[in-house]
Ligand binder design. Structure first.
Ligand code: PSU
Ligand code: MN
Length: 310
């Protein structure tokens, strides 16, 4: 198994400087070209401007990359031949020399393996609507139960069943922390109406929580629920209608398994005339900014001993 760590990421990790991991399924399966590439580059820029080092994680021709240069990122964003790699797919894709976008679950695992403490995404996967019959629950949730890394996300994707997603996280002992909010964010909207019991108002408060969680040797990751800035929110009625139509179409066309999330995101984008994509891009950038501030605050606490997932 081969891993290539980009020079700047390797240097930052060696010196104990703040690094923010970024996922790549959002590039390969979450957004169309060229918005996917533009967003990936813009998100890296947000992290750099905040004073941390971005590490976009992806698999290229059977090799794990921790940090991608612009050429590789461009090739990756344009390629049609890229798999969606959840944890179950990881070893297979590596042994078959394939390329893949890493989901939240896989990115959490690979980032933690390299000692990266903070990861920014758009929205995590969760319990799908109708899961009581389909059993469709994202592997992202199970990853939170077993990989101690902090993930900044705008809640869970609104295409999901949010109450069930929160219940699942509670069962698994995952801290879900509202960042400057008491409400679980609904991805395209800052509020879902579901109340959270944990809240931090400052990156330093999150950093202290992380340090304590790791010192306790708890296996769970921490989910930082960071609402979309209100200026980029979507009208709740419009987005909910689009989600309902997209879910119905998926059902009629028997779209299942790992194809479901990309299908729903693409249909919601089409049904909202592209507005949902604009919100999605804005929230990812905002998550990257807060994740960078958390990574910087965590580094300032000067933590050296914490568990590494092997
Ligand atoms: N959030 C987005 N766009 C995405 C995803 C999340 O804004 O494309 C991806 C993430 O990589 C997440 C995955 O891990 O969707 C979840 O897929 P599934 O529901 O099949 O587990
Ligand atoms: Mn699924």
């Amino acid at each position: 198994m081969k891993t290539i760590i980009a020079h700047d990421v390797e240097e930052a990790l060696r010196k104990g400087l703040p690094v923010v991991a970024l996922e790549s399924t959002i590039i390969s399966h979450g957004m169309p070209y060229p918005e996917n590439l533009e967003t990936a580059l813009a998100v890296e820029r947000v992290v750099l401007d905040a004073g941390a080092t971005p590490a976009t994680i992806a698999i290229l021709d059977g090799v794990i990359h921790i940090g991608l240069d612009k050429n590789s990122l461009t090739r990756f964003a344009q390629s049609k031949n890229v798999r969606k790699v959840s944890q179950r797919d990881l070893a297979y894709v590596l042994t078959h020399g394939l390329s893949g976008g890493t989901t939240v679950a896989t990115t959490m695992y690979l980032a933690r393996m390299q000692g990266i403490q903070v990861f920014a995404t758009g929205g995590i996967g969760g319990v799908h609507r109708g899961a009581e019959t389909s059993f469709d629950i994202s592997a992202d949730l199970q990853a939170f139960a077993s990989i101690p890394i902090t993930v900044v996300s705008a809640g869970a994707k609104a295409i999901l069943d949010l109450p069930k997603t929160l219940e699942y996280l509670e069962t698994m002992g995952v801290p879900v922390v509202g960042f400057q909010t008491d409400d679980f964010p609904a991805f395209y909207h800052s509020k879902s109406g579901l109340k959270l019991t944990l809240r931090c108002d400052h990156p330093t408060a999150v950093a202290r929580l992380m340090k304590t969680q790791y010192t306790l040797n708890l296996s769970q990751g921490i989910l930082i629920a960071n609402p979309i800035p209100t200026a980029y929110e979507m009208d709740a009625r419009i987005i909910n209608q689009a989600i309902q139509s997209a879910t119905k179409e998926a059902d009629e066309q028997h779209i299942k398994g790992s194809a479901l999330t990309p299908f729903l995101l693409a249909r919601v984008k089409a049904l909202t005339g592209g507005d949902s994509l604009k919100s999605n891009i804005a929230l990812v950038k905002h998550n990257a900014k807060i994740a960078s501030e958390i990574a910087i605050a965590y580094q300032k606490l000067n933590v050296v001993s914490d568990p590494i997932v092997k």
